[in-house]
Design a protein around this ligand. Structure first.
Ligand code: 13P
Length: 246
């Protein structure tokens, strides 16, 4: 069985001194049993690349432009991220879909731009509480994933998918292992129809993953790791979640 993947999404947190302490704390824990990465604010990528250069920990960004270059004030391109050594980039986080009106089609174009320049997009999707309570979870996640499959075609096998129910993000209210597994199984089935690599793909769970719930979530058949927000800002918690990903 391939290693699980645990990715920290720092969101808009941190400062140079604090980041270097956090990364030093993670590195001090020694080898981790999973693949691990941190997705940091753009402005800290260069520092992060230096801090992690000699380690097994990878790094990435939290968004990317769908365009490779041009008159797009404020945007950051995939070639720029690649130049800074990024391995991953998060696309379609609900905080961008919701707060910045990113459509399914734009998220798919961002994933395509990332792949075209050697980055692995971590494509986030998930339903709101209202959608879950009105029985739309399956339709919503399938629609979000199908937009990406439609644009990527056979390259869909190269992405990482992250199921993040919006109601579980930053709320302390995590999806139960059964709730998460049942959505992951739906996504795996959908991926199988699109790519021969579906069984080797990583489908991460995100939303209030903490040291005390990580192991049960990661034990589910179709949960291949986690995308961690708040708990990735504390070295001990992040390391403990990575250790739960055996
Ligand atoms: P929390 O772990 O803080 O709930 O955040 C999850 C998330 O949004 C990761 O991308």
């Amino acid at each position: 069985m391939s290693k699980k993947l645990v990715v920290g999404n720092w969101k808009m947190h941190g400062d140079r001194a604090g980041n270097s302490e956090l990364l030093a704390g993670i590195l001090a824990a020694g080898p981790l049993p999973c693949d691990a990465a941190v997705c940091v604010p753009f402005v800290y990528l260069a520092d992060t690349a230096v801090s992690l250069a000699a380690s097994a920990l990878r790094w990435g960004a939290q968004d990317v432009s769908a365009h490779a270059r041009g008159a797009y004030t404020g945007e950051v391109s995939a070639p720029m991220l690649r130049e800074l050594g990024c391995r991953y980039v998060i696309v379609g986080h609900s905080e961008r879909r919701g707060g910045h009106a990113e459509s399914d089609a734009l998220v798919a174009d961002k994933a395509k731009a990332a792949l075209a320049h050697g980055l692995t997009p971590i494509v986030c999707l998930g339903e709101t509480l209202e959608q879950r309570e009105s029985g739309q979870t399956e339709a919503v996640v399938k629609r979000q994933l199908s937009a990406v499959i439609h644009v990527l075609g056979h390259c869909a096998g190269e992405i990482v998918v992250a199921y993040e129910p919006v109601w579980a993000i930053g709320t302390g209210r995590t999806a139960s292992p059964d709730q998460a597994q049942s959505v992951h199984a739906i996504l795996r089935t959908q991926l199988r129809a699109a790519t021969a690599h579906a069984d080797a793909m990583k489908i991460l769970y995100g939303g209030s993953v903490k040291p005390d719930n990580a192991a049960t979530l990661f034990a589910q058949a179709d949960i291949d790791g986690g995308l961690i927000g708040g708990a990735s800002l504390k070295a001990a918690e992040f390391v403990s979640i990575c250790r739960a990903a055996q």
